[in-house]
Write a new protein. Sequence first.
Length: 301
Amino acid sequence: MRIAVLMSAYNGEKYIREQINSILEQEGEFELDLWVRDDGSSDQTKQILHEYANQQKLHWYTGENMRPARSFLHLVQHCPEYDFYAFADQDDYWMPDKIKAGLLALEKEAGPALYCANAELVDSKLQSLGRNVYRSLPRTDFETLTCAGGILGCTMIFNQALRNLVCEGGIPSEIVLHDFYFAVVCAAVDGRIVYDPNAHMKYRQHENNVVGVPASRWETVKARIRDIRYQEPVGVAKQAQTILRQFAELMGTEQKEWLAVVAGYKTSLWTRMKLAASRKTRYVSKNMGIKLRLSILLGNR
């Protein structure tokens, strides 16, 4: 089996060596290639990548700053074909069995399939913060995924069938995040999503996280208030429109009807109220449900 690990890097000089080394030290019966896209870094990231490439330890290229979502999708589309693919952030640390665990879960899947897992929360020095990211099972049903996402992209491994499906649609400009998009596309076409409750990586929390986990209860409250009030530049409605436009022929009637509801939820107060109150969505906790339903009601999701 051959797997490509895909990393988008941006000004990552502080932690990227540690992460690259943990990826290259994966254990198992497979061939692993690391592909990195530099997203317009201005620090020493390019020099570090050049050093590893000279040692034939990775492949890399650089380009304009596209931000994480589009940068990762650019990698997906421009990477050669492999049996499996994995997303990697530049600042985490992978345990040696991370890839092996995902491949074991996916190796018998013929159609589009995606694996995700838990992760251990650690500080900037990789010291444990005493908990994992998920305290309960994340939701992977189609209806909830379209509104909430919630699958940790840096734990994702997916097969060639899902990668090729996404590539056929090109690189969309209106998506929330690359991992969010992959999860919804997989669910939309009745692909399989496998969740592993075990942690196979350390999810580093530091001052420059693009996406992080609040460290305290008060930080959680503040983050949720901020999320409710913040209007996403590209929200779930536009992402649903993109998926409908690109994959409608591969979806069942129920999936298309639900995506149409999400795509048009901002058209009136009534449509916002219907989606906010929908019983088809089953959020991971009561507090998360309140946050997301209020955000939808305000048209900010």
